[in-house]
Design a protein around this ligand. Structure first.
Ligand code: SF4
Length: 367
């Protein structure tokens, strides 16, 4: 039959120029991508490749590795060569590592304009080398390392200060005819960060990399990032995202993907529609929802699974779900597309849902 129409989004993407980070397109012609950064020492090639493999498996599109020393730079050829996803080298001070990263086969380089003033005169060579190698650059403005001149002018890292830094830096590359870059203007405060990106988006068509810096531990960082990215993405702003958490990077990727899925910017995979529970609940909804989530983790087929604490509102509230359970009286009514297909004892709810989910997934795969 006819393919289903794409699900609605809150805003069309802001039109940007298109760049590539290796095989991943970044810009309004491409889906919003998810990035993360390795936490292993880059010099530990095996550990870094292992972490990149984990990130790839959890749905990461692009990975960044820190390159603070010559030894890190020396590790880049093997890492870039063996990684399944494009690798960006994160470089703060030293132009020589920018050239090393380009020679190493990295797909991109992130430079920090707070420091680039020192190698102002080398932007031409960097632009030339990057253009020849097909390497894109991220101009990564960061509140924590804003140029001294701008700190003096604005007193602190205001949205205007972040944007002025980005515009100046962008002009340096553009003067040399280099346009394959994206920009980030990160701040730890979501309000300042959102305003900075909004101002920047008005000033040009660069693809934008969204990030809230030092967002904090998982719970706070997830909320700060979701709030800030959600606001911007709902205005069509943002082409690639990185959630920063004081937590393993695979968690960042999960959060990033969940933000995009919530906004229909990425096809939804597993979605658990569980009720908050209330005085009518006849089962421990929290535990049941956790067990169902754990049992179905990693499903690649889009599936909406409802977990309802009672039969009063259960099936009705979950009519949109592909599959679900409504509990009552120590039993679970299992329903598929709103129809009750069987009733099982509470102890068999999780295994029955998993079996039904797998059956639906198989049917979907077999067309
Ligand atoms: Fe309460 Fe039942 Fe609704 Fe869950 S499904 S919130 S238990 S009424």
């Amino acid at each position: 039959g006819m393919p289903a129409p794409p699900p609605p989004v809150l805003a069309p993407r802001r039109k940007t120029r298109q760049i590539g980070v290796g095989k991943v397109g970044v810009g309004s012609e491409s889906p919003v991508s998810v990035q993360s950064m390795t936490t292993t020492p880059t010099t530990d090639i095996n550990a870094t490749l292992q972490q990149i493999a984990e990130l790839t498996a959890s749905g990461c599109d692009i990975v960044r590795v820190a390159c603070p020393t010559a030894d890190d730079a020396a590790a880049l050829p093997i890492i870039a060569g063996k990684s399944q996803i494009p690798v960006i080298a994160d470089i703060h001070f030293q132009p020589k590592y920018v050239f090393a990263a380009i020679d190493a086969g990295c797909a991109g380089v992130r430079v920090n304009p707070g420091n680039i003033r020192k190698f102002d005169d080398q932007v031409r060579e960097i632009s030339k080398a990057a253009a020849e190698a097909g390497v894109s650059i991220r101009i990564g403005v960061n509140a924590g390392s804003l140029d001294k001149r701008l700190m003096e002018k604005y007193g602190k890292a205001t949205p205007e200060a972040l944007v002025e830094s980005a515009l100046w830096e962008a002009s340096l590359f553009e003067e040399h005819g280099f346009y394959d870059f994206k920009i980030s203007v990160k701040h730890h405060d979501p309000v300042i960060m959102v305003r900075a990106y909004e101002l920047l988006a008005e000033r040009g068509d660069w693809p934008l990399h969204l990030g809230v810096t030092e967002a904090g531990p998982a719970f706070q960082g997830t909320i700060k990032s979701a709030t800030a990215f959600g606001h911007l993405l709902a205005e069509g702003i943002g082409d690639t995202i990185r959630v920063s958490l004081s937590a393993p990077p695979a968690e960042e990727v999960k959060v990033g993907n969940q933000i995009l899925e919530s906004l229909n910017l990425k096809p939804r995979k597993l979605e658990i529609v569980s009720c908050p529970s209330c005085g009518r609940a006849q089962v421990d909804v929290y535990t049941l929802a956790d067990e169902v989530t754990a049992g179905l983790e990693g499903m690649e087929v889009p599936l909406r699974v409802a977990v309802m604490g009672c039969v009063v509102n259960g099936p009705g509230e979950a009519r949109d779900a592909d599959l679900g359970v409504a509990s009552g009286n120590g039993k679970g009514q299992i329903f598929v597309k709103g129809e009750v297909i069987k009733t099982v004892p509470e102890s068999e709810i999780v295994e029955t849902l998993i079996a039904e989910a797998n059956r639906i997934a198989e049917d979907a795969e077999n067309g």
